[in-house]
Design a protein around this ligand. Structure first.
Ligand SMILES: CC1=C(CCC(=O)O)c2cc3nc(cc4[nH]c(cc5[nH]c(cc1n2)c(C)c5CCC(=O)O)c(CCC(=O)O)c4C)C(CCC(=O)O)=C3C
Ligand SMILES: [Fe+2]
Length: 384
């Protein structure tokens, strides 16, 4: 750097020259549904019956998942927040399982002349599905482009923003959404003081849960830690006790394979059996109202609750809520400062430390002790 060039301002995103908003993807029209499901399940042994069932969920919504529009809304919100703070950083959107694919995003990064991008994945929690699978797909995409060397990318360089389940912005947006849901419950004739707060997330196989034990906490323990924070803050805001549980949705895989339980529908039945009549569902495992939320919660779980004679309300997801989007930009600046080797304090809530933004070897494997055999970026070791 020439002696007279200005030092980067504190708000600078240097050394990054682009932000990759990296998501799951979903179909836009009925013809997309089957090819999308094939992409998602390639080599995963999801039973055909489950695929047909999942396909029906999408056809029920006109063959269109809400996820793509939600990612575009998040992209616009991030761009607005970056502009507001005077940070000049292009945002490029890409998905693992649908257009624009990872490959398209790398093309766009190259077109922009980007040399070092930072990836923000749309999963807040860490497990194979929310961490390593994204890092593997990035590496494999580069490999297919002839841009993966023994040390990693030989083209655009990628870093990753840490899993943000315990970032204050994510927690705050969830707290606000739950407080609003209690008001909605009252408006619907329910009783907040008698309600159970049921946090909901995506189930994963027990084997994936076991392999997610990084930085002390597994996938489910990460949820429990956030849930405690949210419930405590909601208790304070509402001025009454807020008893809560954690339940799961969207399991797949063969019935013989154990996944995290209880399923949210079974849990609602158990609560009704205990005489509970009021429920607030808080989908902390999902950052926007995509198909798992629209179908598994709004369609299925709310119908279950109704059949059981319960008054149930589903709290909003963090979506483009201001504390969440502001927090994501804080996380980006934190990651940039780390990349510049500056001393920083990583903001967290709850009892767990910030998860690593450079993953340790063996982080978030699909199954414990079973290396995936697939390279993964954003770790200290590409092949483990
Ligand atoms: C932890 C987790 C998240 C949350 C974190 C995050 O948000 O990333 C998540 C998100 C999502 N999952 C999604 C869709 C699907 N997930 C599937 C399958 C699976 N998910 C798993 C885990 C997760 N998934 C697992 C362990 C499987 C089994 C197969 C495998 O080991 O990979 C299948 C196959 C059929 C089925 O069995 O359901 C589909 C269609 C969509 C898009 C929704 C839309 O289109 O709006 C989104 C955002
Ligand atoms: Fe999934």
């Amino acid at each position: 750097m020439p002696a007279n060039s200005p030092r980067p301002a504190a708000h600078d995103a240097a050394p990054y020259d682009a932000l990759l908003l990296y998501s799951f993807g979903g179909p836009n029209r009925p013809e997309d549904v089957v090819p999308f499901l094939r992409n998602v399940t390639a080599g995963k042994g999801i039973p055909d019956e489950r695929l047909e069932e999942v396909g029906e969920h999408y056809y029920g919504f006109g063959g269109k998942s809400p996820i793509n529009e939600q990612n575009l809304a998040l992209k616009a919100a991030l761009e607005a927040e970056l502009a507001e703070r005077g940070i000049d950083l292009p945002v490029v959107w890409g998905n693992r399982n649908w257009e624009p694919y990872t490959h398209d995003a790398v093309d766009e990064l190259e077109k922009l002349g980007a040399e070092r991008a930072v990836a923000l994945v749309t999963s807040a929690f860490s497990s194979y599905s929310g961490c390593r699978q994204y890092r593997e797909d990035l590496a494999v995409t580069l490999e297919q482009r002839g841009q993966l060397g023994p040390e990693g990318s030989t083209g655009v360089q990628f870093d990753k923003i840490r899993s943000y389940f315990n970032h204050p912005g994510f927690a705050q947006a969830n707290i606000d959404a739950v407080v609003e849901a209690y008001a909605e419950l009252e408006a619907a004739g329910g009783s907040g003081a008698d309600a159970r707060l049921v946090f909901v997330t995506h189930s994963i196989p027990d084997t994936m849960e076991a392999a997610s034990r990084i930085s002390r906490a597994t996938y489910s323990e990460q949820h429990l830690d956030l849930a405690r924070v949210v419930a405590a803050q909601v208790t304070e805001r509402l001025g009454h006790d807020v008893p809560w549980d954690l339940a799961y949705c969207s399991r797949s895989g063969p019935p013989s394979q154990p996944w995290l339980e209880p399923d949210v529908n079974d849990h609602l039945e158990a609560l009704a059996g205990d005489g509970l009549r009021n429920v607030v569902l808080s989908p902390i495992g999902f950052i926007s109202d995509h198909m798992e939320v629209a179908y598994d919660l709004d369609t299925e779980a709310l119908a279950t609750a109704k059949d059981l004679g319960m008054t149930a309300v589903r709290a909003g997801t963090v979506g483009t809520r201001e504390p969440f989007v502001r927090g994501l930009v804080d996380l980006l600046l934190e990651r940039a400062a780390l990349a510049r080797d500056e001393k920083i304090t990583e903001a967290t809530v709850g009892s767990l430390p910030a998860l690593r933004s450079v993953c340790a070897p063996g982080c978030c494997l699909r199954r414990d002790g079973e290396p995936s055999g697939v390279p993964a970026l954003c770790s200290t070791d590409l092949y483990s």
